[in-house]
Design a protein around this ligand. Sequence first.
Ligand SMILES: Cc1cc2nc3c(=O)[nH]c(=O)nc-3n(C[C@H](O)[C@H](O)[C@H](O)COP(=O)(O)OP(=O)(O)OC[C@H]3O[C@@H](n4cnc5c(N)ncnc54)[C@H](O)[C@@H]3O)c2cc1C
Length: 323
Amino acid sequence: MQIPYDIIIIGAGPIGIACALEAKKKNLNYLILEKGCLVNSLYNYPIHMQFFSSSELLELDQIPFTSTENRPKRNEALEYYRRIVQSRAVRVNLFEEVLTVSKIENSFNIQTTKSLYQAHHVIVATGFYDIPNLLNIPGEDLPKVNHYYKDPHYFARQKVVVVGGSNSSVDAALECYRKGASVSLVIRDQTIGSHVKYWVRPDIENRIAEGSIQVYYNSQLKEVTPTTVILETPEASVTIANDFVLALIGYRPNIEFLERIGIAFSDDNRKIPVYNPETMETNIEQLYLAGVVCGGLDTHEWFIENSRIHAVKIVEHISRNTL
Ligand SMILES: Cc1cc2nc3c(=O)[nH]c(=O)nc-3n(C[C@H](O)[C@H](O)[C@H](O)COP(=O)(O)OP(=O)(O)OC[C@H]3O[C@@H](n4cnc5c(N)ncnc54)[C@H](O)[C@@H]3O)c2cc1C
């Protein structure tokens, strides 16, 4: 067991890194523990993904983020955050998952897949990209059903059903169509989602209007078989030939992990964790939440843009209490 850290930060996403930069400024002894690679969620985004935020809104600690277009691409963001970690010598252990956090008197024991740490404060910045929402239908476990989408080349000349009407599904549908896939889009609502990037919306609407991408509005997938999918549409049950399904219907934070730590939640079904918005401290004293994990199942509430401020609030509160 090492000397207790002032702060252990769980998660090396943009906001975990922002917390580390603040801790460093205040000369606090901190360490980030990350279960995957650096900015693991961004690494797992679609390869050609473009942020809806302009680059200055993704900056940490006012370190300039230059990108070739106003809105950066995934690979530029990977480069930006990696360079920050390198140049600011941010302390981070990669590929080390935090399994449990338990409070004993005035400090925490943090058990990982590799070691046991002690800290006076813990910041949970675990994001929401690790757990996909499921369709919960027969055949969902077939290998042809994917809940993450990386690259369109794989789907060239294949019959692909994309489920969902928001940015991830619209981007995937357009990319696969342009690589020669035959794409059907299955949307639960009666239109494309309202959050779809405004510069992408005309593209998808025009491809649907001209019949290049087939769309089923007000429809849901009912079953997947090795060669077909069965849809429930307003008119009838429809069976279409199919090679791959991209079920891109959103992601959720690891609520069970937060519950295990002892974090309390709102009593509605949005599962919003309880925290003080001034300090980001949870119902457990000295344990804080930062970044998009704060939204619970409401994953359209927090972004990098508006959650960078959590790092400043938390570390100010910790350093006030530590002095
Ligand atoms: C496709 C997509 C596009 C987006 N575009 C934008 C955009 O344009 N602008 C914007 O502001 N936001 C955008 N967002 C939202 C936001 O960028 C991301 O959710 C962002 O990654 C949030 O940063 P974070 O640090 O809070 O969480 P994350 O980046 O998700 O970081 C959490 C980290 O915690 C790690 N972790 C989880 N559990 C553990 C554990 N038990 N032990 C150790 N490590 C753990 C994960 O591996 C991960 O690296 C987008 C989200 C998605 C999914």
